[in-house]
Design a protein around this ligand. Structure first.
Ligand code: ATP
Length: 503
């Protein structure tokens, strides 16, 4: 069983993430989150909000509708070009995404190629149906948007949004006026997106309903500089350049500043955001060697784009994009202005009417979560159980509270401690089975600390805290427990110095 399959099994068994409406037949590509999954996902999103929105003075968050009228997607180009190439097996009738299959079989990226070209590649490489080995049909294009009708008598076609970005563009003039913003400024949105994916797979990596966190950073094309660029310019990132992809050579480690100088990154705004992305993912417990940026090849880059760079995470099955960074220029605002007839330009302080340019980082929450699950998963032979080393920001529980025994007033004391901690942290109470078994259950879901209430808790008013990562234990005063846990969670004190080390 691969590590991802093992994690999927745990997610099912612990009710973390499981197929939607699973009591009926499985509709693939849709997943529900149970209590633990909901907590982890919510914390991840909140951490993203803190890191990318609240830490900036000029990024505003909106919450737009999921259903959008057809016109929006006519302007954005999704109606025409949000398509994937498909081929059908003539024997078993399964539908296959042609570009992915070609990549799997030949290692070549074929994005942007016409159906005719893809059909030829399939024939030249004698690629057959991966399920039954049957012959494949000619390649056709398939639009990935989920369509719906508005009003009981129908007639008004609408779509479930395939990205959160379009609400941002359509509401841009209003938000710009309402916030009295000045360029440069950003609009962020967190929410559900829908894509009728041809082959959902790899658990939550490719699904049909998912969450995105996106920012559109609007700036004056005549003043492209990012005021905070200096803060990150010495940061190093790992990037697979176009040249490296051609020569199949190694990625390079380069400073943000040099990547802009060498025109690998098209502008300071994208560079600034990319530097933050790299730090964000590392702080989530994903090691540097499992992270890389990839400069998209010209054939993968939309015609209007000034440059696209994906952040990829290394999964069991290979590298996969989890953030798409795109320099969308003025493409979206210009097209919405054309189709809606509404003015999308803004007046600058020096009296110029400009159509802002846009840099967009587009994160997938599910793919990020899967990356975090995978890289925080510890296969621990010594302990005898596997566990998640989730960072404090997203661990579903800060602490578990255990009564050592279920007698002699110890449960009463433990419940008292539990009630106190509940007001400040996410905690759970567990009095079932041996302490060892309880540690295992707490570790398995990434609980940071386990607090045990024993006989000393009654006499000396102390308790024991066990650290998930090291299994070391310290004794602290119950009165000081909240303050100690706070310091530990915020990284203000080392575990061994936070109390009396238990030998
Ligand atoms: P792919 O080529 O893998 O289909 P994409 O290039 O279409 O991805 P974008 O349109 O750039 O993806 O979307 C931005 C982000 O949204 C992606 O980096 C990914 O994290 C997330 N995302 C896109 N499609 C899916 C999906 N079907 N399931 C889960 N997340 C997705």
């Amino acid at each position: 069983m691969s590590k991802m399959e093992e994690i999927q099994k745990i997610c099912l068994n612990r009710g973390i993430i499981f197929p939607t409406a699973e009591i009926y037949s499985n509709i693939s590509g849709f997943y529900d989150y149970g209590p633990l999954g909901t907590s982890i996902k919510r914390k991840l999103i909140e951490y993203w909000r803190e890191f990318f929105v609240k830490s900036e003075d000029n990024i505003y968050e909106i919450d737009g509708c999921i259903v959008l009228p057809e016109k929006v997607f006519e302007a954005s180009g999704h109606l025409k070009s949000f398509v994937d190439p498909i081929a059908q097996c003539k024997k078993c009738k399964s539908i296959i995404r042609a570009d992915d299959l070609i990549f799997e079989k030949t290692g070549k990226f074929v994005e942007g190629k016409s159906p005719k070209e893809l059909t030829e590649i399939i024939q030249q490489n004698k690629i057959k149906c991966p399920t039954c080995g049957g012959e494949l049909s000619d390649v056709k294009m398939f639009n990935l948007m989920l369509k719906t009708e508005i009003s009981p008598v129908g007639g008004k076609t609408a779509y479930l949004r395939p990205e959160t970005a379009q609400n941002i563009f359509t509401s841009f003039p209003r938000i710009f006026r309402a916030t009295r913003a000045k360029l440069p400024f950003g609009i962020a949105q967190i929410g559900h997106s829908f894509r009728n994916e041809i082959s959902p797979r790899h658990f939550i990596v490719r699904v049909r309903e998912f969450n995105q966190t996106e920012i559109e950073m609007f700036y004056d094309p005549e003043h492209q500089e990012c005021p905070k660029f200096d803060k990150v310019k010495k940061n190093k990132i790992i990037i697979v350049t176009r040249e490296a992809q051609k020569k199949e050579s190694e990625p390079i480690k380069i400073t943000i500043e040099d990547a802009v100088k060498k025109k690998i990154i098209p502008n300071q705004w994208m560079a600034y955001l990319m530097a933050k992305e790299f730090e964000f993912y590392k702080s989530l417990g994903i090691p540097e060697e499992a992270l890389r940026f990839r400069h998209m090849l010209p054939e993968e880059t939309p015609h209007y784009s000034g440059g696209n760079i994906d952040l990829e995470i290394k999964f069991d099955f290979g590298w996969k994009e989890t953030i798409g960074n795109a320099y969308r220029t003025d493409h979206d605002l210009k097209n919405h202005m054309k189709l809606s007839g509404k003015d999308m330009t803004v007046l600058t302080d020096d009296g110029r009417k400009v159509m802002p340019h846009v840099v967009e980082p587009s994160f997938g929450v599910e793919r990020t979560l899967m990356g975090v699950f995978l890289h925080c998963f510890v296969e621990d032979k010594q302990r005898g159980w596997n566990w998640f080393k989730f960072p404090a920001k997203i661990a579903p529980y800060t602490a578990a509270v255990f009564p050592l025994v279920n007698k002699d007033k110890i449960p009463e004391k433990a419940e008292e401690v539990y009630e106190t901690l509940k007001k400040c942290f996410d905690v759970f109470y567990d009095d079932g089975g041996s302490i060892g078994r309880r540690y295992a259950r707490a570790d398995e879901i990434g609980t940071l600390f386990s607090v045990t209430i024993d006989y000393d808790s009654l006499d000396k008013k102390t308790c024991t805290i066990r650290d998930r990562d090291t299994t070391k234990q310290i004794i602290v005063k119950i009165d000081e427990l909240v303050s100690v846990l706070n310091k530990l969670v915020n990284g203000e004190i080392e575990f061994e110095k936070a109390g009396k080390l238990k030998q």
